[in-house]
Design a protein around this ligand. Structure first.
Ligand code: ADP
Length: 398
């Protein structure tokens, strides 16, 4: 069966087509500037070097998906003769609240539940729902599956997810820790068990998803028991442009000093903080590494603040799980930044965590990077959220 995986943002749409008989990637692409002047689709077929690029106005997600369908049927760049060959569509949906701990077939009840979660993810769920509606309209006979960023974290115990604020806010408004990147944390946890030739149920894992957005999870016996993101994806680690955890008292203090609203402060914490805010240069770790080489002290400080926060969570999660068997690095920074992994893992030897500095000199490859005498394995695992979405979709439809 061929599965189409769709990930809709407010003005963008990423997609992949996978052949689930061998889990191979047939084609992938990206539509940008949906509803904005200059809409463009960039499509790549596996083993065809040249990209197919189409610049044409796309007013909404339905237009975008129509163009994707044309690309998928293209005689040269396409992978199907007709869309009937697509057995199912898997949609990444950010927030499913407390309703779903697993992926589900999408029906009217599911849509209603996801609409109820819009206040919890006002930027993400609406475009996700637009993508679902567009696919339902254009492929009315094809099963649609929802795969949720929050689902994997639903196994957290109440003491992990409950905030110490008046309990009625949880009851009335659903304010609690939800966590995100769940599909990625789950994928790398499963790969880790495979690489260690162990049962996931026997392992205590700490998964570090370090990309533009970043989060750490504690996974015990295959179940997430804690994660660093919270009610929103602003919490936890220092990120590209997000502050991660700060004292909430800062919000009204900045608002007061700068003569701005609380919402405007939150915008600053989301978009102008993190590595960008600290360095004043860039949110991208490659730019920051260059700046450090040029002697930029604030860039060096930013990197240390980032690493300090990751180490802080690693320590906390070792305590929570009473030990750890493996620490996993994934996503853009985790997979590629040799120096960041080195700083995070340095001086953890007393906890049995010893990075092999030679093995660590690797990018984007699934491999073990701890020393042979390290009690805790350190793994580099490129994430693959699309494959995970395709697997869940296939499993539900099959
Ligand atoms: P997201 O999916 O959250 O947008 P990614 O997981 O793709 O983010 O990570 C993107 C980030 O990864 C970039 O902003 C950059 O900081 C970092 N990155 C990518 N490649 C490298 C590299 N070769 N060295 C260091 N950092 C890198």
């Amino acid at each position: 069966m061929k599965v189409l995986v769709i990930n809709c943002g407010s003005s963008s749409l990423k997609y992949q087509v996978l052949d689930m008989s061998n889990e191979s990637l047939l084609a992938k692409g990206l539509v940008e500037r949906i509803g904005i002047e200059g809409s463009v689709l960039k499509h790549e077929k596996t083993n065809v070097e040249e990209k197919f690029i189409q610049e044409t106005p796309m007013n909404d997600h339905k237009d975008a998906i129509e163009n994707v369908m044309e690309a998928l049927k293209d005689p040269v760049y396409g992978v199907v003769k007709s869309m009937d060959e697509i057995g199912a569509v898997g949609h990444r949906v950010v927030h499913a609240g407390e309703k779903y701990a697993h992926s589900v077939m999408i029906d009217a009840d599911v849509i209603a539940a996801l609409e109820e979660c819009i206040p919890l993810a006002p930027l993400h769920n609406p475009p996700n729902l637009l993508g679902i509606a567009a696919c339902q309209a254009l492929m009315p006979n094809t099963p649609q599956v929802g795969v949720f960023d929050t689902a994997f974290h639903q196994t957290m115990p109440p003491e992990s997810y409950t905030y110490a604020i008046p309990y009625e806010y949880y009851e009335k408004y659903g304010i609690r820790r939800y966590g995100f990147h769940g599909t990625s944390h789950k994928y790398v946890a499963e790969r880790a068990a495979f690489m260690l030739a162990a049962n996931l149920e026997d392992l205590k894992l700490i998964t570090c998803h370090l990309g533009n957005g970043a989060s750490v999870s504690a996974i015990k016996r295959g179940k997430c028991i804690d994660t660093s993101m919270g009610f929103t994806p602003l919490a936890g680690l220092v990120m590209g442009t997000r502050s991660g955890n700060v004292d909430p008292g800062i919000i009204s203090f900045i608002a007061d000093k700068e003569g701005i609203t609380g919402d405007e402060v939150l915008e600053i914490l989301n978009k102008r903080s993190g590595m960008l805010g600290l360095t004043g240069i860039s949110s991208d770790f490659r730019d920051i590494a260059e700046a450090i080489e040029d002697g930029n002290e604030r860039a060096a400080l930013a990197l240390n603040v980032f690493a300090h926060r990751v180490r802080f969570f690693i320590g906390a999660y070792i305590a929570e799980m009473n030990g750890v068997d493996a620490i996993i690095f994934t996503a853009g920074v985790g997979e590629n930044d040799v120096n960041v992994r080195d700083i995070i893992c340095s001086e953890l030897g007393n906890l049995g965590i010893k990075l092999d500095l030679i093995k660590n000199k690797v990018r984007g490859k699934e491999t073990i990077i701890s020393r042979d005498d390290s009690k805790v394995s350190i793994l580099l695992i490129p994430t693959n959220e699309e494959l995970m979405i395709a697997r869940d979709t296939y499993a539900l439809v099959k």
